[in-house]
Write a protein that binds this ligand. Structure first.
Ligand SMILES: [Zn+2]
Ligand SMILES: [Zn+2]
Length: 718
């Protein structure tokens, strides 16, 4: 006996043989395991031929499997007329329905359209299909045999097992409810601030999702049990997204924060709304946010399976991060103790008054020590030359040494290279300044001493620092007549006696009665430190100098000295000089923040740095509606120009009535972007004023090395 599986409607060929003799009728006997059309068996007659050993065939179409039966068995045999006995075929045919139906209903018995399922025959999983408007699906089997399983496709499931009644299946089904959830990025906990907001560093780039102004999201369904299950999403399912920039965000408009989705986007007030569809069964929905480049902007992102987007939300706040590399000679590093700026300095820098207010973080990238021998011979001075005690001093001109004592390595647009020193100097634009001291007394060494700081608030330093440096402390260099090489220029200098008017024969007069005068060729002029100019007249003039009397009189000289400022720091093109002074950690901090402020394009004055795009030009001290910004230059009192501090600065904190002051010298500027500092107690209280904060927050800080002046870096929209 052999079992054969066949579909209903298949044709089987019944065969009988006439072995000999005349033509006979063959009678086929067909037996069914179940009643078919009321019968369990039937007979089919077929005439055969009389030819010897002829096979008689009869095609027979297998009847349909009766309702309520999974299959039936069929056997058959042949009986020749007049010959006793039936010859039975060894085959047992198992007959299966070719077409089945599935009816899907919900738990109330209502028909369910669109219930998706596959079914399994043997090991084979057959292509998915879904029920029609009548809740029905009719499907052909590919092989005759039993259907093992009806498998719902997520998010659908069956309630209980589907039941089979012959060729009819019935399933009670429901669509699993799901909510929308964020599938990626996987936001790390340490990317969030104390309020649970994602800190997005919009000026950086990198693999981590919290770097950059664009965040790409993927969202998917979340099952009732709380697991992310993208299989729940089916092609065409709707998900909703809302992107809500905060009302208080800055006005920067390039790039303007936006939502980018594959769906259409509507804007209601500040809120971007989009409806998106699951692109295919089990696929994720992708979209992106552009947060713009400003700092301190807040956003909320909400997603949901309904328009109100109530499933999940993320809060985001934008930050920027900048870095510094510090290069320090070892003898200064020994003073610092650690390989970073003092904690009091970095705390202030990253604190509320300073960078935190502008949503900027500033952190050490690299600390580079170098040996004293690499300082460059011209830049190490005995302390006594600067009237100090202790170790040698490292001084730096504006911008520091270029090239620096050691390489800073590859430059990065978000990193400033800081050279630390003990004293920062810069020569004033005016160069040599004429002074006219009146000498009416000499000291015990027959010399007169002129202090450039007491009298002029300026250092006296030759540009060829070696001239000053080569003297051993307390050193003195003697000024030669050659103009330009020394800190003092006596080449065009003169002296003039000032005899009393009523004494025509005074030794301070020539024979013709004119006051005596001459050049300074015979005068010895020495500079013993950065501020002290020692002037020794020739003996004849020494004898004349004194308070006015019959024999003595004062002498006036005219001489020039090269004016130089001491400063706390300078910046430009990504390079900074910073004076290290451990007694003034907050001064160091506010200086660094001040210079960093310049690197961030502050302040903003006409013909200077451009406003960030989308923001109005701020007001300067000469505007009708006044603002605190000013810049050095001429003519004074126009366009915010004043007579001190190189570069654009901020006079916030100085009473407005004093904004007409020519220089703001000695005025109490309270903004970090004020042009002067150096008193640690005052510097500690300085902050970026609200106006500076507004503009700092709006700045594009992807690059702080290129100038903001031309506007090429942070252009206004045309
Ligand atoms: Zn400045
Ligand atoms: Zn300010």
């Amino acid at each position: 006996m052999a079992m054969k599986d066949l579909f209903e409607g298949s044709q089987v060929t019944l065969k009988g043989k006439v072995k000999r003799g005349r033509s006979r009728t063959i009678k086929f006997h067909v037996n069914f395991s179940d009643e078919i059309d009321g019968k369990n068996q039937l007979e089919i007659e077929k005439s055969g031929s009389a030819i010897f050993d002829t096979t008689i065939s009869q095609k027979y179409e297998l009847p349909d499997v009766p309702d309520g039966r999974e299959y039936y068995l069929m056997t058959w045999g042949a009986e020749a007329e007049g010959i006793k006995g039936i010859k039975w075929s060894p085959d047992v045919i198992q007959v299966w329905p070719r077409t089945m139906t599935l009816e899907a209903v919900d738990d109330q018995g209502a028909k369910v359209e669109g219930f998706p399922f596959r079914f399994r025959q043997g090991m084979e999983l057959v292509e998915a299909r879904a029920t029609d408007a009548e809740g029905m699906s009719s499907f052909d089997l590919t092989d005759p045999g039993p259907v093992r399983q009806i498998i719902p496709i997520a998010p659908w499931e069956t309630i209980g097992n589907p039941t089979q009644d012959g060729r009819k299946w019935e399933a009670t089904v429901r669509k699993k409810p799901y909510t929308a959830t964020f599938y990626s990025p996987n936001i790390a906990n340490d990317w969030k601030d104390d309020d649970g907001q994602l800190k997005q560093y919009v000026n950086l780039s990198g693999a981590d999702a919290n770097l950059g102004n664009i965040i790409r999201f993927k969202i998917c369904p979340k099952a009732e049990n709380g697991t992310k299950d993208q299989d729940l999403g089916m092609k065409g399912d709707s998900l909703y997204i809302q992107f809500i920039p905060d009302d208080g965000n800055c006005e920067r408009d390039t790039p303007r924060p936006t939502l980018q989705t594959p769906g259409s986007i509507a804007k209601e007030g500040n809120t971007f709304k989009s409806k998106v569809e699951v692109p295919d069964d089990g696929e994720l929905v992708e979209f992106a946010l552009d947060l713009g480049l400003a700092g301190g902007d807040k956003f909320e992102l909400k997603i949901g399976v309904t328009e109100s987007c109530e499933d999940e939300s993320i809060k985001i706040i934008t930050w920027r991060k900048l870095f510094y590399k510090a290069m320090v000679p070892e003898f200064i590093k020994d003073d610092i103790g650690a390989e970073d700026l003092p904690a009091a300095t970095t705390n202030y820098i990253n604190g509320e008054k300073a960078l935190k207010s502008a949503f900027v973080e500033f952190s050490l990238k690299q600390w580079i020590n170098f040996a004293k021998v690499d300082c460059g011979a011209d830049y190490v001075f005995k302390a006594a030359f600067f009237k100090r005690a202790g170790r040698d001093l490292y001084i730096l001109p504006p911008g520091g040494l270029n090239p620096p004592p050691k390489p800073f390595g590859a430059s990065d647009e978000r990193t400033v290279d800081i050279q630390l020193c003990d004293i920062g100097i810069s020569w004033t634009n005016e160069g040599y300044e004429t002074i006219r001291p009146r000498i009416s007394a000499l000291d015990g060494a027959n010399a007169y001493t002129f202090d450039t700081i007491t009298n002029k608030r300026k250092y006296c330093l030759p540009k060829a620092l070696a001239i000053a440096r080569k003297q051993t402390a307390p050193g003195t260099y003697t000024v030669t007549a050659a103009k330009g090489s020394d800190g003092v220029d006596k080449s065009a200098g003169t002296w003039t006696a000032l005899p009393p008017n009523n004494q025509p024969n005074h030794p301070g007069r020539e024979n013709d009665g004119k006051a005596k005068s001459g050049n300074l060729d015979d005068w010895t002029i020495e500079v013993s430190d950065f501020r002290t100019v020692k002037i020794t007249p020739p003996v004849a003039v020494q004898n004349l100098i004194g308070a006015s009397s019959n024999t003595k009189c004062p002498v006036k000289i005219k001489i020039k000295f090269l004016t130089c400022h001491g400063h706390l720091g300078t910046s430009g093109g990504g390079r900074q000089v910073l004076v290290y002074d451990k007694s003034g950690p907050e001064t160091m901090a506010s200086t660094l923040c001040h210079e960093l402020g310049h690197s961030m394009g502050m302040t903003i004055v006409p013909a200077g740095n451009m406003s960030p795009p989308g923001l109005e030009q701020p007001k300067h001290v000469d505007d009708k509606t006044k603002g605190p910004y000013y810049v050095n230059g001429l003519p004074l009192f126009s366009g915010g120009k004043r007579g001190l501090h190189v570069g654009p600065h901020c006079a916030w904190g100085i009473p407005e009535k004093d904004w007409k002051h020519k220089t703001f010298n000695g005025k109490p500027g309270k903004c970090i972007m004020f042009g002067a500092g150096g008193n640690n107690a005052e510097d500690k209280e300085k902050k970026y004023c609200d106006i500076c904060v507004t503009y700092l927050k709006a700045r594009n800080l992807k690059d702080i090395r290129t100038s903001f002046r031309s506007g090429a870096r942070d252009p206004k929209e045309a």
